[in-house]
Design a protein around this ligand. Structure first.
Ligand code: HEC
Ligand code: HEC
Length: 312
């Protein structure tokens, strides 16, 4: 009996030491470094690209990087009320300032980060920084052209960065769950905009509609969004406490009965047949009417999911 007790105590000590060692390893290791790469691409900006990039960055980057004091993309506190368990997260200064901004990053370094999530020092930028694995090479070129433009949002501004302080939980997830995306080994083509369904799908994937509007952020497939659990069927709990809407064409629980006009108004201006859309869903004021209509056309074609989302 005594012997068994002794063995049990030894096992317990070993387990505690191993668990402690593992915890220490995670907190010391921090967010993994995957080694930096520069695909060596040089973007040639023109006025069409800059304008397209302004719209895309307005919809995709400004939300997080816009600083309300400087009115430029100098970075902001991502979670001031600590609603998420990921630590102190700050988006960074991405103006053209050469010291604190990205003025001395090459185009290739920026593209590599946007595609894979790996920064130019090799460190991984976890899911709190957007990634664009499916965006066309041309749209990425437009975003880069905008970042180099003389738009007031991105001209050099020396507002210093605040470094991210990821929590233990975030570091743990970075070890077991978060992984960088592979850098595309092929040309990522523009969608055929004469095919509304294809164009709409491209927008739903790249404007991140699917990531909020599927069942659960943790069960999304960012490389092949259609493989996400409950693709576009809503019910994903937002940090704001509300659940995302079902966008599939189910008549009772989705938007099957919505007209194109009602949809376009809700999407672009936040005005629904009854009431207005609530945060974090924001009106897509920069989206054109034809883009909104293409999204509507695509959403008619996705498999309907019966999911009565709690809308209170
Ligand atoms: C959901 C919020 C969010 C969105 C959307 C977002 N970012 Fe970020 N971004 C971050 C955060 C947070 C960091 C810091 C990540 C880190 O260091 O771990 C960051 C870091 C960066 C960096 C690295 C800067 C540096 O000095 O290390 C660049 C470049 C960047 N973002 C560009 C963009 C661009 C371009 C877009 C739009 C296509 C964008 N980001 C969209 C939150 C976001
Ligand atoms: C940051 C998360 C997020 C993103 C990104 C997002 N949505 Fe939403 N959306 C929501 C939430 C949450 C609601 C529910 C708001 C409410 O209950 O008032 C919503 C509501 C809607 C509605 C109203 C539907 C209804 O039944 O009330 C439509 C239409 C919509 N979203 C379409 C889109 C499209 C299209 C995109 C991409 C261009 C998109 N959303 C991107 C979170 C998001």
């Amino acid at each position: 009996m005594k012997k068994i007790l002794k063995v049990l105590i030894i096992i317990l000590i070993v387990v505690v030491v191993l668990a402690g060692g593992f915890a220490l390893f995670i907190s010391m290791r921090g967010i993994p470094n995957y080694g930096a790469k520069d695909p060596g691409i040089k973007i040639v900006p023109d006025s069409i690209r800059i304008e397209r990039g302004r719209v895309l960055a307005g919809m995709l980057c400004a939300d997080c990087h816009m600083n309300s004091d400087t009115r430029k993309l100098t970075g902001a506190d991502m979670d001031p009320e600590h609603k998420l368990p990921f630590g102190n997260l700050f988006s960074q200064n991405i103006t053209q300032d050469k010291t604190v901004g990205i003025g001395d990053w090459t185009d290739g370094q920026i593209i590599y980060l946007l595609r894979t999530g790996i920064k130019r020092d090799g460190q991984y930028a976890p899911p709190w920084m957007a990634k664009l694995p499916n965006m066309s090479d041309e749209d990425i070129a437009s975003i880069i052209s905008f970042l180099h433009s003389n738009d007031p949002m991105v001209v050099a501004d020396a507002t210093p960065d605040k470094p991210c302080e990821p929590s233990f939980f975030a570091k743990f997830l970075a070890l077991v769950a978060f992984k960088p995306f592979p850098y595309p080994d092929h040309v990522v083509a523009q969608p055929d905009t004469s095919n509304k369904v294809e164009w709409g799908k491209y927008l739903v994937w790249n404007l991140d509609c699917f990531s909020c509007h599927s069942l659960d952020y943790a069960k999304n497939d960012y490389l092949t969004p259609t493989n996400s659990a409950g693709y576009l069927g809503g019910g994903n709990k937002m940090p704001e406490g509300i659940y995302s809407a079902n966008l599939t064409p189910d008549n009772e629980t989705g938007i099957g009965t919505w007209t194109e006009e009602q949809f376009v108004k809700a999407l672009r201006f936040g005005i629904k047949p009854a009431g207005t859309v609530r945060l974090p869903m924001k009106p897509y004021l920069l989206l054109s009417e034809s883009e909104a209509k293409a999204i509507y056309e695509y959403l008619r074609t996705v498999p309907p999911i019966k999911n009565a989302v709690n809308r209170s």
